[in-house]
Design a protein around this ligand. Structure first.
Ligand code: NAI
Ligand code: MG
Length: 484
């Protein structure tokens, strides 16, 4: 079989996305009650470009007092926002969607600079999907009684929302759009390594004329998040992040009236049957684990290949991995960008070490990696079993654990043998197998002959330690409403 020789026979010319058009301030304050205000803490922290180690901007750190101001402003705004005719609410949300679209390029470049993801993904996935979430929920705002017939839907009040660093703008959109469409007001806290696009969104929100206090954006790390969780005047906490912090939040709010949705970790099973279209499946494996450097809660990080095709699939997979370009996130050729932070890189490297120590056979594609920044080559492990840490635990990086199986029942058993239950993928020509697996896999999302496909109309969320509650679609409205 002749193999791809992309990295050897010819090289891609650089195709750098321009950064001339982006506007960034040196210092970002908190967005409270429609204005950018200095933090009471008087503290700022750096946000860093993970591909160059350069400081991009300074970000305000919100303390207890700042959180209190933000929650108060959201509470006051709730009075009038929840009473505004729903079609008026929709107009603002629609306007925000349009403004994101108009500035999509700028958002995409900033997202890639701040978080390390390839510009191709920011441009094609993150930013358009974020705009689509606002469009989608703008459409629902005045149709809530049709969404829930024979019920009278009412907003919950003030939502505290905490998001992770892997899809910064998109997660902000997932949280803000349904909440305000239902008539709630929000205080959102972005992740500390990737606050910039949420703060750019704050600029758009300000320009859009959205009434003051409906959306407040407060920056900071875990302590700031904890202050938000523990504020007594919050009606609902919506959290996306690690299972550990999710558990902590649940403890903090138990015994209070606060409602919650938790979207936590995952260890998605991607299952390839012998009758699958193998070349497409190999592309699917690549997309499932290497999309966004593997910093994806629903990543297909456990691969199950039917034994009869395993040799072929693994050979093709290694071949395809060697053609992946690891490098500058702002280069349009780049497939795998920078690892989001030094901390996350250390976590990934820790797991790679454990994988080797436990007897896994490692394969990493060769790539030239810059001295500055945080990088990890695409990695796979063979010879691993269910008990291995790299098969059980969420790594959140470009590391794939491969196992084989013989029968459908065996693979269902293995796929479900995890504390998580967020996502899975199935590759087969047979519809009957797809139906059996979608019924029996304990996962919130099961993709068939595709992976990592997202749509605002489609609900997303997990079982078991992957959390509870759904975001997206009609289900996503329910999480922000109560019924009388
Ligand atoms: P994290 O769960 O600490 O961070 C997520 C968000 O929660 C951030 O905004 C953070 O500031 C906030 N936060 C942290 N501690 C908090 C607290 N006590 N109260 C309220 N908010 C708090 O995740 P981290 O440390 O960035 O990543 C660690 C691991 O978590 C990763 O290696 C990965 O395995 C997993 N993770 C999973 C995500 C997912 O979507 N499934 C997203 C991010 C991380
Ligand atoms: Mg950063």
């Amino acid at each position: 079989m002749s193999k791809l020789q992309l990295n050897k026979s010819w090289k891609y010319a650089d195709a750098l996305e321009s950064t001339d058009h982006i506007r960034l301030k040196e210092k970002y304050d908190l967005f409270i009650n429609g204005a950018f205000v200095k933090p009471n803490s008087k503290k700022y922290f750096d946000t860093i470009n993970p591909a160059t180690d350069e400081v991009i901007a300074k970000i305000a750190e919100a303390n207890k007092k700042d959180i209190d101001l933000a929650v108060k402003s959201a509470r006051i705004a709730f009075k009038s926002w929840s009473k505004l005719p729903a079609k008026e609410r929709a107009k603002y949300i629609f306007r925000i969607a349009r403004m994101i679209q108009e500035r999509a390029k700028e958002f995409a470049v900033i997202e890639s600079m701040d978080g390390g993801k390839p510009i191709r993904e920011s441009i094609n996935v993150d930013i358009p999907l974020a705009a689509n979430h606002f469009f989608y929920y703008a459409g629902w705002a005045d149709k809530l009684e049709y969404a829930f017939p024979n019920k009278i839907p009412k907003p919950l009040g003030v939502a505290g929302q905490i998001i992770p660093w892997n899809f910064p703008l998109l997660m902000a959109a997932w949280k803000i759009a349904p909440a305000i469409a239902c008539g709630n007001t929000v205080v959102l806290k972005p992740a500390e390594t990737t606050s910039l696009t949420a703060l750019k969104l704050a600029e758009i929100i300000q320009e859009s004329g959205l009434p003051k206090g409906v959306v407040n954006i407060v920056t900071g790390a875990g302590n700031t998040g904890a202050e938000l969780v523990n504020h007594p005047d919050i009606d609902k906490i919506a959290f996306t992040g690690s299972t550990n912090v999710g558990k902590l939040i649940q403890k903090c709010i138990s015994g209070t009236k606060k409602k919650s949705t938790l979207e936590l970790g995952g260890k998605g099973a991607n299952i390839i049957f012998e009758d699958a279209a193998i070349d497409q499946a190999v592309e699917g494996i690549i997309n499932a684990i290497f999309f966004n450097q593997g910093h994806v809660c629903c990543a297909g990080s456990r691969l199950f290949v039917q034994e009869s095709v395993a040799k072929d699939v693994i050979e093709k997979l290694k071949d395809r991995m060697s053609s992946l370009i690891v490098g500058n996130p702002l280069d349009k050729n780049t497939d795998i960008g920078a690892i989001n932070s030094k901390e996350q890189l250390a976590t990934i490297n820790k797991y790679i070490k454990i994988g080797k120590k436990e007897g896994g056979e490692i394969y990493q594609s060769k790539c030239s990696i810059s001295k500055k920044g945080n990088w990890c080559p695409p990695t796979l492990f063979l010879n691993v079993s269910q008990s291995h840490a790299i098969v059980q635990e969420e790594i959140f990086g470009p590391v794939l654990a491969i196992q084989t199986f013989r029968t459908i029942d065996e693979v269902i058993e293995k796929a479900n043998n995890t504390p998580f239950g967020l996502s899975a993928g199935v590759w087969t020509e047979k519809g009957s197998k797809i139906f059996k697996l979608t019924q029996e896999l304990n996962a919130g999302v099961v993709w068939a002959n595709t992976y990592n496909k997202f749509d605002p109309a489609s609900p997303f969320g997990g079982f078991k330690e992957s959390g509870f509650g759904r975001e997206g679609g009609l289900h996503g409205l329910k999480a922000y409403l109560k019924f009388e």
